[in-house]
Design a protein around this ligand. Structure first.
Ligand code: NAD
Length: 417
């Protein structure tokens, strides 16, 4: 058979397999869920096309789906996030994998197209690029597609816009909106792995620094919490009054970015928005400031515009010095997701929750084939309960159960003061 893969170096496969073994050990919930799904045989003859960060955790999702009977073709969803050893390991296992760390935008789209050439029944996306391609340049793929699953907030925003414009042509499960995904991944995962990315890229001490977190959604709350725990003073910028209020009551100073710019030592954007830190703000920053992004796309910081007025030097991997106006600042990972570029993304246990949701989301699409509207669908609460229970069981945590009397009380209105 012709090589059904395009990876940086197939010789890295053994290294990737070791990474996958470590991930599997931590992904206790997904490994347990897989045993149940295999018995159902629901994925037999199902082709799945994926655009996810090609990490060791994603590889465990891929092998779980393959063991459950599916065929999978996968590419990355960000030019810098592929782990080359993991891509090689998947290729060695016979998975169609088209993923290399550091691809150009053109290569990135070539790889997405290769996944669509596989004529998937289900698309699994992180950021909506695959769905977007199906709806624009690859409309013929619609013939085989049952539905899709979307991993992240930015993808959900794009899908909602597609629905609003009346162009969304198949049902998509909003995996991001499951409680067990959003709380564990965006909050705890992004919190830890963003700080991990900053530390690996710079190796600077966080204690005593002023960390400016732009955006106080679940990701921003997580980053702020971990930065504070490392001894930083946290400043938050927001555009939403309620989120700003929460940041204030969580003990952070809240102010517009224009005021935060001269005060911060480290800046992190996590908004899903564009142009959040602009050149005018970077001009106000102290020399030596570190600026990075952990939101989905690389448009939160005006890196390209800053480049036009700067002399740039790569100081370390993922840490570039930009010199302008007689000072310099450091941009990490070219303004792309710092946690997936300079570090390895979320810890494996975090991704176990996200990927249980992906697996059950795909199952939901198959079980409800032809019955779902061309809209976004949030998985039922029972699935969040199931995923929570699987993990707590595997982690050895027990909880109380309602007594009959309590059940009756909670379902009644008569009993009061
Ligand atoms: N790094 C990762 O691994 C990772 C993981 C999950 C999600 N994400 C991405 O992170 C981003 C944020 O996700 P979330 O779940 O926290 O979203 P969210 O919608 O819960 O929060 C985003 C916050 O940013 C605020 N915001 C928007 N524009 C702003 C601006 N100009 N200035 C300041 N604040 C602004 C919004 O009001 C909102 O409170 C998305 O792009 C998402 O896809 C990244």
């Amino acid at each position: 058979m012709e090589n059904n893969y395009s990876v940086t170096d197939i010789g890295l496969a053994q290294k990737g397999q070791k990474q996958m073994a470590l991930a599997r050990e931590q992904m206790v919930g997904l490994v347990e869920l897989k045993k149940e799904i295999i018995k159902k045989k629901i994925f037999n003859n199902i082709r799945i096309g994926m655009a996810l960060h090609v990490t060791k955790e994603t590889a465990v999702l891929v092998e779980s789906l393959v063991e459950a009977g599916a065929q999978v073709a996968i590419t990355g969803c960000n030019p810098l996030s592929t782990q080359d050893d993991v891509a090689a390991a998947l290729a060695k296992e016979g998975v169609r994998v088209y993923a290399k760390k550091g691809v150009s935008v053109e290569e990135y789209y070539d790889q997405l197209n290769k996944v669509l050439d596989f004529e998937p029944h289900i698309t699994i996306d992180d950021g909506c690029d695959l769905v977007n391609l199906v709806h624009t340049k690859r409309k013929e793929c619609m013939n085989s597609i049952i539905g899709g699953c979307e991993e992240t907030t930015t993808g959900i925003i794009r899908l909602k816009a597609m629905k609003k414009d009346g162009v969304l042509k198949y049902p998509v499960v909003a995996v991001n909106d499951s409680k067990t995904k959003h709380m564990v991944d965006n909050y705890y995962g992004t919190g830890q792995s963003t700080m991990d990315g900053i530390i690996r890229a710079t190796n600077i001490l966080i204690a005593g620094k002023t960390v400016v977190v732009c955006g106080y959604g679940d990701c921003g709350k997580g980053v702020a919490m971990r930065a504070k725990a490392l001894g930083a003073n946290v400043l938050v910028t927001e555009v939403d009054y309620f989120k700003a209020l929460q940041a204030y009551f969580d003990g952070h100073r809240v102010m517009p970015i224009v005021d935060a710019a001269p005060l911060g030592d480290i800046f992190v954007t996590v908004t899903g928005d564009k142009g959040v830190i602009r050149v005018e703000h970077m001009k106000k920053m102290k020399s030596g400031s570190v600026v990075c992004n952990s939101g989905h796309f690389d448009i939160e910081i005006e890196v390209a515009k800053l480049k036009n007025i700067s002399k740039t030097t790569e100081m370390r991997s993922f840490m570039d010095k930009y010199e302008f106006d007689n000072k310099h600042i450091y941009i990490l990972a070219e303004g792309r997701l710092v946690n997936l570029s300079a570090a390895e993304g979320h810890p494996s246990l975090v991704m176990s929750f996200s990927f249980c949701n992906q697996m059950l989301g795909a199952e939901f699409l198959i079980e409800n084939k032809g019955k779902l509207s061309n809209d976004l669908h949030v998985l039922p609460d029972a699935i969040d309960q199931k995923i929570s229970k699987i993990h707590l069981d595997a982690l050895g945590v027990k909880i109380d159960t309602l007594t009959e009397e309590q059940k009756a009380y909670l379902a009644s209105w008569e009993e009061g003061t």
